[in-house]
Design a binder for this molecule. Sequence first.
Ligand SMILES: [Zn+2]
Length: 398
Amino acid sequence: MNCRLCGSTNLASVVDLGATPPCELFLSAEQVDEPEMTYPLHLRLCTDCLLAQLPPLITPEETFTEYAYFSSYSDSWVRHAKNFVDAQVERIDPRFVVEVAANDGYLLQHVVERGIRCLGIEPSVNVGAAARDKGVPTLTAFLSPETGAEVRAEYGPADLVVANNVYAHIPDVVGFTKGLRALVADGGWVSIEVQHLLTLIELNQYDTIYHEHFQYYTVASAQKALASGGLSLVDVELIPTHGGSLRVHARPADSAGEPSANVAGSAGEPSANVKAVLDAEAVHRIKRDLLTFLLEARDAGRTVVGYGAPGKGNTLLNHCGIRSDLLAYTVDRSPYKQGLFLPGTHIPIHEPDRIAADRPDYVLVLPWNLRTEIAEQLAYVRDWGGRLVFPIPSLEVV
Ligand SMILES: [Zn+2]
């Protein structure tokens, strides 16, 4: 195996989570009775360039052509996008904004509202259609150097290219970065949000490791990845989304100038110690604590149901071997997922109203990164003495 960024063969094991199905492949009732393909989920770190990576066992085409994730089902996410747009308009006053993996228009709708020209590039046919319904111009495509050049030729160069929560999802990181460079004006800006590997490790967020996330970045490895496509890292912010993310500001190498003090400061981030920092024991503790809780609840005759059906929930439930005997069902606000079953564990997904109807003793919250929002949405669980359970960074019943 070679590092996909630098070609090195020095790949060290970080954590091996066994074999699981792709976490976004929700199953219909018919598919539950059919064979299901699983793939090894073994994260490795290149000790030369520090890119943590999974082998590309599934293709983005398999995952994202018909995608089940609509960003607009999260209120806090839409708010986050609006704040982002406000800040970027203030900062660089763009005339043309392109967003890659624009999802259902959750972000560009705020650009449209301001009367600024924009274009979404979104590979999922069904999700892109939802963006067009909102009045957001959206092209159905995967970004490559070729599609980037085609968009530039037809629409002109972009003053701002946004690529939030996609930089982990592309196995061809070099080709994708060249695509970003093709889209952006020579004096323009590229803004990327991507999960931070160091937070993942420090806060035991190992459930965010799944096949659709091909790589996990530190500031240092993000800088190398950007350089592979002709972009230079200019500034970096640490932001709280997804439990801890990097917001990276990059420019074409010729116009970038010197990086900010934030970038220079992060040179001291302990990325060289990533492997040493990852405490595999912490991963096993999360598994044991959650299983102990569910087994004891079961023995005591308590009912436990889930909330949410995010990709990370599937890593957690599959790694822990949890099935519907311990977690009767989960619920999700996305109608797309309701009536389907979680991959691997075959736990059914219902509408959120089901919780109020059944009044379970405990609700296990799988998208722990939206903790504040979900705790508010589920405040009514207290009406019958129910409690919320958060599995990560360590088991908490509140
Ligand atoms: Zn490497």
